[in-house]
Design a protein around this ligand. Sequence first.
Ligand SMILES: O=C(O)[C@H](O)[C@@H](O)[C@H](O)[C@H](O)COP(=O)(O)O
Length: 291
Amino acid sequence: MELGLVGLGKMGGNMRERIRRAGHTVIGYDRNPDLADVSSLKDLVGSLQGPRVVWVMVPAGAATQSTIDELGELLSPGDIVVDGGNSRWTDDEKHAEELGHKGIGFVDCGVSGGVWGLENGYALMYGGDAANVARVQPIFDALKPEGDFGAVHAGKVGAGHFAKMVHNGIEYAMMQAFAEGWELLEKVDSVTDVREVFRSWQEGTVIRSWLLDLAVNALDDDEHLDKLRGYAADSGEGRWTVEAAIDNAVPLPAITASLFARFASRQDDSPQMKMIAALRNQFGGHAVESK
Ligand SMILES: O=C(O)[C@H](O)[C@@H](O)[C@H](O)[C@H](O)COP(=O)(O)O
């Protein structure tokens, strides 16, 4: 089939390639003319035969919103927009409604797999009406990993991004657990080769996993991670997971702690620990360290 793809960065560029390898036609647009097949969104829409399917793969938030707004002006009734970015699930219903007024269908799709997706396939979690999902199915089939799993119609509009958000919450907590275990192993004198302990865990253990394999890759590049600063950014999905947990009164201690650990990583000195030190000093005369 024919697909319009907006956003040809790290994810979109490789997805274009994987979909083409499966024999489909992809016309890609990106603000960077070096990456794009056409020079504008208008050209993209004009070069697709109707009914069209346009996949949006741009950063969540303002960039996705403005792309969907523009597509709403350019597309025709019967066309479909797929949001494959890491959008907040609450935006999906709004987008479905706005486009729905114009007769344009909407499907949300969480995509996992990062830079490895071109070769390994992308795990897909999508939400929307069955009829709209069916129209996009050949593209989902081209992107998904080989094998029986790796793609799911998770439910109605928003369900795909909600499932991907929870996946990312789990990702936070799993990474935090590997990171904490690694730090403890590095700290003690009795363990002389932490990297080899991690490597040995890749087979036979309860915790063998792709994240563990990637941790071993990272340690092979830089055995004690000396080249890195202990600073971790976040793109929002961990926060949204915690917000959803609060809205639904579901306890998420591990995911919440892993999100807060990232916040702590961005402080050179901890203001709250200054207060703890000050209070211990006030009530107990305990020693403090000065700057
Ligand atoms: O499943 C994936 O392929 C990843 O989760 C991917 O979606 C991305 O790397 C995260 O969004 C990073 O999220 P943070 O910046 O919040 O760590």
